[in-house]
Ligand binder design. Structure first.
Ligand code: IPE
Ligand code: IPE
Ligand code: MG
Length: 236
């Protein structure tokens, strides 16, 4: 079966999991797994962009991932800097617009500066939005929204207005959420936004995740019947 271009998910979110296990299986350091995982990122971003996906949100580092050993955390940010440097040209060629979301004040200054610079430079690109969740936690995102709302002295608020205080304010909710590595949990990702998202779990570890796995997930998504609590099938 092929992908139906008329039923493409607008927004795909991915929990990129399994780098550590991939490395362990090969008797390698965990960081080697992350290094291979970062190669998967650009391949999947290109594939999604070519398909015509509007937004791809990738969970790269959670608020809880700060609990990992300092050396692993430092290694991950080093890889992010490398990604920014090495994939800069590709992002322009692909007309991809880079965004980051999360408590990015916590990430090391140099990385933050370079990432934000590339976000500004690619802002006008008309292709897919590649949204990287960095030091991101769904609970923290909701709490920071509540704090801002309180500061503004609002007494009442609608769901739509509330969404404007989230990091994803300009983005549609994810239609499809993929998690690699066999884990079947949300791990504090997009808690508010995934209310009616379709979930797809695969045992494939993130460094082994290929274009074909993305296509399989989309094909499976296209078979789902999205009802949003109603009875009539919502057509795409
Ligand atoms: C995902 O891979 C990457 C990050 C969370 C940064 P893991 O590092 O969680 O890999 P596993 O789950 O240990 O295999
Ligand atoms: C979720 O993976 C976070 C990212 C992929 C960035 P984790 O490996 O941190 O999640 P848990 O600990 O298995 O729930
Ligand atoms: Mg993991």
């Amino acid at each position: 079966m092929d992908i139906d271009q008329k039923k493409l998910p607008q927004h795909i979110a991915i929990i990129m999991d399994g780098n550590g296990r991939w490395a362990k299986e090969r008797n390698l350091e965990r960081l080697k797994g992350h290094e291979h995982g970062s190669r998967t990122v650009i391949n999947i971003a290109k594939a999604a962009n070519h398909l015509g996906i509007k937004v791809l949100t990738l969970y790269a580092f959670s608020t809880e991932n700060w609990k990992r050993p300092a050396s692993e955390v430092a290694g991950l940010f080093k890889l992010l800097r490398r990604f920014i440097k090495e994939e800069r040209e590709t992002l322009f060629q692909e007309k991809i617009c880079l965004k980051v979301m999360g408590n990015i004040q916590k990430i090391p200054f140099l990385v933050r500066r370079e990432v934000l610079k590339l976000c500004r430079e690619t802002e006008k690109n008309q292709g897919m939005i590649l949204n990287i969740a960095l030091s991101y936690g769904g609970r923290e995102e909701i709490l920071q929204a509540v704090k801002k709302i309180l500061q503004e002295g609002k007494k009442t608020i609608s769901e739509k207005q509330f969404s404007k205080f989230l990091y994803t304010r300009e983005l549609p909710d994810p239609d499809l959420l993929i998690r690699s590595s066999g884990e079947q949990r949300i791990s504090n990702f997009l808690l508010w936004q995934s209310a009616y998202t379709e979930f797809y779990f695969t045992d494939v570890l993130w460094p082994d995740f290929e274009e074909s796995h993305l296509y399989e997930a989309i094909i499976e998504y296209q078979k789902r019947n999205r009802r949003y609590g109603a009875i009539i099938t919502k057509t795409f």
